[in-house]
Write a protein that binds this ligand. Structure first.
Ligand code: PGA
Length: 250
């Protein structure tokens, strides 16, 4: 049992259409009934649903986030892109940046750093994703990788409490495999120390992401240093998401 503030970030990735909004009713009802529990729920639907989600969640305690944004702060000739200002105007309070799926698509530490700066300028909360691949883990390069991603992504940034780190080992995303608690504890401790060094924050918020589901949530909840979860697949069904939160707080 806990009443520690925990974040639950529902990352819908490239899933969902207007019909999916109906399923959110259950979640809105659930959050109303559990106002006293200290969780913060954030829906990150695809760009196409941001406006509809904003409308729907206007009167609720649930926030909206985008899954990415362009690094350019001003409007400009960037076909197919959306910047931080545009998502903020649509009602987003959060943005996921540095996700491994976007790193795979070409987002470098430098680009991610520019995106983070642009998002902070718009007063968005940044969910900054970092994590090692399986081959980096096998080669014992986890710390080196995390350190590089942290120093690159947060370069030039001063104390900023709007930065939330999401530790997502790439080999855990969508695989059903999560790290052992001892490994997670060690890596989260390392991340907190590195981020503190870099941006001089007193308290660093670190979420875990990668195959969080109903089966493993109790095991993950045993780790006191985890401040919440970034949930992909398991967040798309309202019942699953509600049950994950319930298991954390009951
Ligand atoms: P998953 O995705 O929960 O489906 O593993 C997590 C993520 O990529 O953010």
């Amino acid at each position: 049992m806990t009443n520690k503030l925990r974040y639950f970030i529902a990352n819908w990735k490239m899933y969902g259409d207007l019909k999916s909004l109906k399923s959110i009713d259950k979640v809105i009802k659930f959050t109303k009934l559990h106002k006293k529990k200290r969780f913060k729920l954030v829906y990150c639907p695809p760009y196409t649903l941001l406006h509809a989600f904003s409308d729907k969640l206007k009167k609720s305690t649930i926030s909206i986030g985008a899954q990415n944004c362009h690094q350019e702060n001003e409007y400009g000739a960037f076909t197919g892109s959306i910047n931080a200002k545009m998502i903020r105007i649509l009602g987003a309070k959060f943005v996921i940046l540095g996700h491994s799926e976007n790193r795979n698509d070409g987002d470098t530490d430098v680009i991610i750093n520019q995106k983070i700066k642009s998002a902070l300028k718009q007063k968005l909360n940044v969910l900054f994703c970092i994590g090692e691949t399986f081959s980096q883990k096998k080669k014992k390069l986890t710390n080196k990788t995390l350190k590089k991603q942290i120093s690159g992504g947060l370069k030039g940034l001063k104390k900023n409490s709007r930065i939330i780190i999401s530790y997502e080992p790439v080999w855990s995303i969508g695989t059903g495999i999560i790290p052992k608690n001892i490994e997670l504890e060690r890596n989260i401790k390392f991340i907190k120390a590195e981020v503190k060094k870099q941006i001089k924050l007193k308290k660093v918020t670190v979420l875990y992401g990668g195959s969080v589901n109903l089966k493993n949530i109790l095991t993950l909840n045993m780790i006191a240093s985890i401040d919440g979860y970034l949930i992909g697949g398991a967040s798309q069904k309202a019942k699953n998401l509600i049950d994950i939160i319930k298991k954390t707080y009951n």
